[in-house]
Design a protein around this ligand. Structure first.
Ligand code: ADP
Ligand code: FBP
Ligand code: MG
Length: 464
């Protein structure tokens, strides 16, 4: 039989460089990786990852394109995560610290547990500290010494045993405290804000030429951190979100002209609302921050819901917390309000929508029954332990971070890219936002599942 394969060479690759401690500290001693003699491992040929092992950011490629796209310079690629043959820390000299910052996300405790157990079992590290209360804990609280036994069952609990907080980021106080405590590996678990803080810590540590590796593990229930496939805990949150949609559906079906209104987290991105809508298929309309909507007139939300109520007697409306924020009236003071981290404080879009829906119905159908059952499961979807898939993810991402730090890399984030774990320079992660692409097939699929309006007509008639 003829060979059905064609060999095509890839265009050039643009590898995202990582900072190594030896880049700014000369003559750092190397050590053989203790995994060579670990009772659980039998390092085989190819077991250790080399600097030439890379992960392509985009696995889809049009082979007819021979040269890289203009202004691009090649296919983006990242260093593959995993153990290196030589390490740059003597395990008995490691003093590691773990901190959790920002809002909760399922799986945070698993990541902490696996950082501790991984350092302990893989590398024989014994000095591991938990920094309590987020960034502020570096300079304002005693550290907790962590060991394998203490963290044994932590993966079974939601939240973070180390506690978390927003705000309290004082660069010099944090780096001074890191230095004063003699820490040399810092593991930072947090979202986009945390990663921006990590960039500053990493740069300051580099400026002071300290032999301290800083590793990040992206945590975001909103799934708003870019570059990585998805954040740990996101799948768990979507599963919980579906339960809320089911409840909204039952309520709506059982009422007369009833709307089940369900609000989900999603400050700037509607991933939870979108995935839960797709998975549940009970949703009539899904509103996300990336897709503006309007209430009144042709192609608006009220017109659509009116049809659905006529047709089915009920409707399920899902809304992400960041959607419609520009339509909610607010005082000058409310416009300025920020949380301790500087994130804008949103008004409750669910409460506002419920009130607008009731006003609309009372105006247009004064003699007909109508109910809105508003479900706000906000914290319930993120305050649970991670499901099995997320738990495994947490383990792999934590162990990847350990291998990277032990190998002397710093200022990196570990995370999955196309299903493989990579080391990504933290600056890139802090810069990149993962928004729902309303031009791609997933959003089109939401529209086909719900048959909701595109909310574009008002704009197109305005320009015609
Ligand atoms: N631009 C920034 N520079 C330094 N620190 C930041 C920055 N943005 C947020 N942080 C700090 O990161 C931590 C978490 O940020 P936050 O936005 O609350 O949560 P998340 O990291 O989950 O997005 C807080 O302690 C906050 O002060
Ligand atoms: O925990 P808080 O301060 O009430 O914040 C709620 C916010 O936290 C989140 O769950 C996650 O946000 P972060 O990833 O920035 O922590 C958002 O969806 C939500 O707006
Ligand atoms: Mg955030």
């Amino acid at each position: 039989m003829e060979n059905q394969e064609t060999t095509i060479s890839l265009p050039s690759i643009k590898l995202q460089n990582l900072t190594h401690l030896s880049d700014y500290i000369p003559h750092l001693p190397k050590h053989p990786n203790p995994l060579d003699h670990n009772q659980y491992f039998r390092p085989f040929s190819g077991f250790y990852i080399t600097p030439t092992d890379v992960i392509l950011h985009n696995v889809l490629h049009d082979v007819s394109i021979k040269s890289p796209p203009p202004n691009d310079g090649g296919h983006l690629a990242y260093h593959r995560a995993g153990p290196r043959k030589e390490i740059f820390f003597e395990p008995t000299e490691v003093r590691a610290a773990v901190v959790t910052c920002g809002g909760l996300c399922p799986g945070m405790n698993t990541v902490i547990r696996e950082l501790v157990v991984g350092l302990w079992d893989l590398y024989g590290v014994r000095e591991i500290y938990g920094v309590k209360m987020g960034y502020r804990g570096f300079y304002s609280s005693d550290f907790v010494q962590l060991d394998k036994k203490l963290v044994h069952t932590w993966h079974k609990s939601g939240g973070t045993m180390l506690e978390t907080s927003r705000g309290g980021f004082h660069l010099n106080k944090i780096v001074d405290a890191i230095q004063d405590h003699g820490l040399n590996q810092i593991y930072i678990i947090g979202g986009d804000g945390t990663m921006r803080g990590m960039v500053e810590i990493f740069n300051e540590i580099k400026r002071r030429k300290l032999n301290i590796a800083v590793a990040g593990i992206p945590k975001t229930v909103d799934n708003d951190v870019g570059i990585i496939d998805r954040s740990f805990g996101f799948q768990t949150a979507v599963e919980m979100a579906q339960q809320a949609i089911s409840a909204g559906h039952v309520e709506a079906e059982s009422g007369v002209n009833c709307i089940g209104l369900v609000k989900f987290m999603g400050r700037r991105t509607g991933h939870i609302a979108l995935y839960a809508t797709l998975a549940s298929r009970d949703v009539d309309c899904c509103l996300i921050p990336e897709n503006d909507f309007y209430l009144e007139g042709k192609g608006g939300l009220f017109e659509f819901l009116e049809h659905r109520l006529k047709e089915n007697g009920h409707a399920v409306l899902v809304v992400a917390e960041g959607a419609g924020q520009d339509m909610i009236p607010r005082t000058e003071q409310q416009q300025q309000e920020r949380d301790e981290s500087g994130n804008p404080v949103f008004l409750d879009v669910g409460v506002w929508l419920k009130s607008e829906l009731k006003k609309w119905w009372a105006r247009d159908h004064p003699n007909e029954l109508f109910t809105v059952k508003y479900i706000d499961p906000t914290y319930m979807i993120r305050a649970v332990p991670a499901n099995a898939t997320d738990n495994l993810y947490c383990t792999l991402v934590a162990h990847s971070a350990i291998h990277g730090a032990m190998a002397g890399y710093t200022g990196f984030v570990s995370g999955p890219i196309n299903g493989n774990y990579a080391y990504i320079p933290v600056e890139g992660v802090a810069r990149t936002k993962n928004e729902v692409n309303t031009n791609d097939h997933k959003w089109a699929w939401v529209r086909s599942v719900t048959d909701q309006p595109d909310f574009m007509r008002r704009y197109s008639t305005a320009t015609n």
